[in-house]
Design a protein around this ligand. Structure first.
Ligand code: NAP
Length: 248
């Protein structure tokens, strides 16, 4: 099945590396104009440059998604420049792991604001014109640990579970305006975020992954790109786990 995108404009946060980069590249390959956002200008810049070099349409913008004022300024600037943004992928995320008794309030706050509060800001600002235009796709990249919990990640699990509740609420609020909102919950995906884990953690994980391999960023990009397509217009408020069968 080939998917239809009708030359839409997408904004992908955390597009500088890993999963976000794979999503940005796949959407661009399908004719979508992609605004690549990341924290550092260098990483989103390199991704946008590579997309343009391979014939696609992209722009890079460095924005700290944890900074509500910066997100507001960026949204206004981008909406003025592009006229409309039809697809929003809230993918930027960080971890600051530690057992609860050793978790500082700073580590709690920064993980909640980067992973969860960022969704509030982007969706509110980019979602309004989508609802006015009566077409939109919002995909929030959560995690399987938002469904099942994980010791040492209370901040991250709370943020990712929060994203799931947020997704369902927005799906209900925006449905009448033909704007869908879904979540994708990756399992263990090979990116910079997981490269810090010791090799034995990866081996242990393989024992609980029925498909017996770690995920690739492309596995998440494929599901996300489908949810952003015209063809996914009757799907909203759902959480899709892409995890090799770990959560059933
Ligand atoms: P990654 O390789 O660490 O890349 C994270 C991206 O997010 C980078 O481009 C980074 O920007 C950007 N980012 C981080 N903080 C930001 C901020 N404050 N403002 C703007 N951009 C920011 O991560 P990943 O593994 O691709 O993960 C992507 C998403 O998937 C995250 O939400 C993560 O929680 C989720 N996820 C990942 C896995 C996994 O196994 N990898 C599993 C479940 C869920 P810079 O490039 O400028 O640093």
């Amino acid at each position: 099945m080939s998917l239809t995108y009708n030359n839409r404009v997408a904004l992908v946060t955390g597009a500088g590396r890993g999963i976000g980069k794979a999503i940005a590249e796949l959407l661009a390959k399908n004719g979508v104009t992609v605004i690549c956002v990341s924290k550092s200008a260098a990483s989103c810049g390199a991704v946008a440059e590579a997309i343009v070099a391979s014939g696609g349409k992209a722009k890079a913008l460095a924005v700290d998604v944890a900074d509500g004022a910066a997100v507001k300024q960026a949204s206004e600037q981008l909406l003025a420049e592009f006229g409309h943004i039809d697809i929003l992928v809230n993918n930027a995320g960080i971890t600051k792991d530690g057992l609860l008794f050793r978790m500082s309030e700073d580590d709690w706050e920064s993980v909640i604001s980067t992973n969860l509060t960022s969704c509030y800001h982007w969706t509110k600002l980019i979602g309004r014109p989508m609802t006015q235009k009566r077409w939109g796709r919002i995909v929030n990249i959560t995690s399987v640990v938002g469904l099942m919990g994980n010791a040492g990640q209370a901040n991250y699990c709370a943020a990712k579970a929060g994203m799931i509740g947020f997704t369902k609420a927005i799906a209900k609020e925006f449905a009448a305006r033909n704007v869908t909102c879904n979540a994708v919950a990756p399992g263990f995906i090979k990116t910079d975020m997981t490269s810090v884990l010791p090799p034995e953690a990866g081996e242990k994980l393989l024992s609980v992954i029925p498909l017996k391999r770690l995920g690739e960023a492309a596995d998440i990009a494929n599901m996300t790109a489908y949810l952003c397509s015209e063809e996914a217009g009757y799907i909203t408020g759902q959480v899709f786990t892409v995890d090799g069968g770990m959560v059933m």
